[in-house]
Write a protein that binds this ligand. Structure first.
Ligand code: ACO
Length: 431
């Protein structure tokens, strides 16, 4: 960020004020209005943050018009093709690609933290068996603050580092345990000789009664899903983590807040909602009916997996995800999967429809991810927990960046009050 020497003039009636304009390394300039209220006595009004930069960050850059997503400067398609999830974690967390020794050390540290405190098992069993795995994740990740109290002091860099590693390492274990619990199978302990994605697949699908061999192509597809969801700058859940952290709350509580926010169908819950929608459509001949519903202002139905607040031409992650869906389904010999056929035809018909073109609505990362996850054997209820475990590195990196910034202050938005002005209390018998 640099001072551009340009200013923006605000004129209200016969009064004018100049505000500095700051230039980022990439992306639009921002008007620095930090002194707006003190100088003018006015607030800005931007309820969904469509025009507000709430922080400065050096982690992820998105150009929504051009469909660009960079992590620490590296394009997502290069990372998806050439890197792997734990290397991307290192990149996001520490700012540079690791050399071989740094990567090995990082992988060892993550691997050594994959087990959860044995007493956490009892915590899981307090839930009903039919609980949604996201409900279990919000609770158990928040509860990590009770189990790992020795890494909750955010003023200590060492504790921050340990908390970061613990969160990255234990999230797959917790997600897999949430799944196993809901299907009534025993928890499967992590194995340190397996890579991150293979270990997760094994913890989800192995049973003590027989050997489980991880299919390397499925492990690669799983790893790519993790990579594609790793970070996405100041989205709703990341902003939630930042806001929660700004009060000085411990990292486990803050990440639990992020998980809660991610759960919603407009955000991380969209992958589950999308697959359910594709199944409901069921066959290609029903597509026009659903497209008509999505366009009808009086119908709340939306095409799930379509549209994005930031991407207005295409979502670069969706392209990689679509290729991955083809690969996985071919490997599993289910290329004629009816859900995939519906998805492809729906994409084709929607993209050819002026409604979607005019509103710049395109398939997002969630449009194809559910198809891959279902083909791998995951139930829809696990889609959002998998997103949460992938996004944990983004939340942790953004949290770390924020805490390390000098002069961090609590986040406190203001409001445009539209309620009653002051009035006298009326006794109940007079109302
Ligand atoms: N289907 C039909 N119409 C849509 C869709 C959709 N999926 N998405 C947006 N629109 C329409 C809206 O009705 C609105 O129309 P209008 O201008 O006539 O009122 C216009 O497009 C703009 O939509 P907004 O909701 O204002 O756009 P916003 O940027 O707030 O929302 C969002 C983005 C939430 C992603 C939205 O497109 C949506 O609900 N998509 C479906 C859910 C989804 O796939 N979410 C995943 C997001 S990606 C992620 O979290 C990883």
């Amino acid at each position: 960020m640099s001072d551009s020497n340009k200013t923006a003039k605000l004129t209200v009636g016969d009064q004018s004020w100049d505000f500095p304009i700051l230039s980022p390394t990439a992306g639009p300039d921002v008007i620095d209005i930090r002194k707006l209220y003190g100088t003018t006595g006015m607030f800005t009004y931007d309820p969904s943050f469509t025009s507000t930069a709430a922080c400065d960050s050096a982690i992820t850059y998105i150009d929504g018009e051009e469909g660009v997503l960079l992590h620490r400067g590296y394009p997502i398609d290069q990372l998806a093709a050439k890197s792997h999830f734990l290397e991307v974690c290192y990149l996001l967390l520490y700012g540079a690609l690791p050399d071989a020794a740094q990567l090995e050390d990082f992988e060892t540290r993550v691997t050594r933290h994959t087990m959860v405190h044995e007493q956490m098992h009892r915590f899981f069993t307090g839930y009903r068996r039919d609980a949604h795995p996201m409900a279990i994740m919000v609770g158990t990740v928040g509860a990590m603050s009770a189990f790992y109290h020795d890494s909750t002091d955010i003023s200590d860099p060492w504790q921050r580092e340990v908390a970061s590693i613990r969160l990255i390492a234990k999230m797959p274990t917790i997600a897999a345990m949430a799944y196993k619990y809901t299907i009534g199978q025993p928890f499967v302990y992590p194995r340190n000789d397996l890579d991150y994605a293979s270990n997760f697949l094994r913890m989800c699908f192995a049973v003590p009664a027989e050997e489980y061999e991880v299919n390397p192509i499925l492990a690669r597809a799983m790893d790519r899903i993790f990579t594609l969801h790793a970070d996405h700058e100041q989205n709703a859940s990341t902003s939630t983590v930042r806001l929660a952290s700004s009060s000085g709350a411990n990292p486990f509580a803050c990440i639990a807040a992020g998980i809660a926010c991610l759960w919603g169908p407009a955000h991380g819950g969209a992958n589950q909602a999308c697959l359910e929608m594709l199944r409901e459509i069921g066959s290609v001949d029903k597509i026009p009916e659903y497209i008509a519903r999505a366009k009808d202002k009086n119908d709340p139905f939306r095409l799930m997996g379509f549209g994005h607040r930031v991407y207005k031409n295409f979502d670069p992650r969706a392209k990689v995800m679509k290729e991955s869906a083809d690969e996985v389904l071919e490997l599993l010999g289910i290329e004629d999967n009816p859900t995939l056929q519906v998805a492809k035809e729906l994409e084709k018909q929607a993209l050819a429809d002026p409604y979607f073109a005019d509103k710049k609505l395109f398939p997002n990362v969630d449009f194809y991810s559910g198809i891959i996850l279902e083909a791998m054997g995951f139930p829809t209820s696990m889609f959002t927990p998998i997103f949460a475990l992938s996004r944990t590195i983004g939340w942790v990196s953004q949290w770390k960046e924020m805490i390390e910034e000098p002069g961090m202050r609590i986040g406190r938005p203001r409001q445009l009050y539209i309620g009653e002005t002051e009035r006298d209390y009326t006794d109940v018998e007079k109302r």
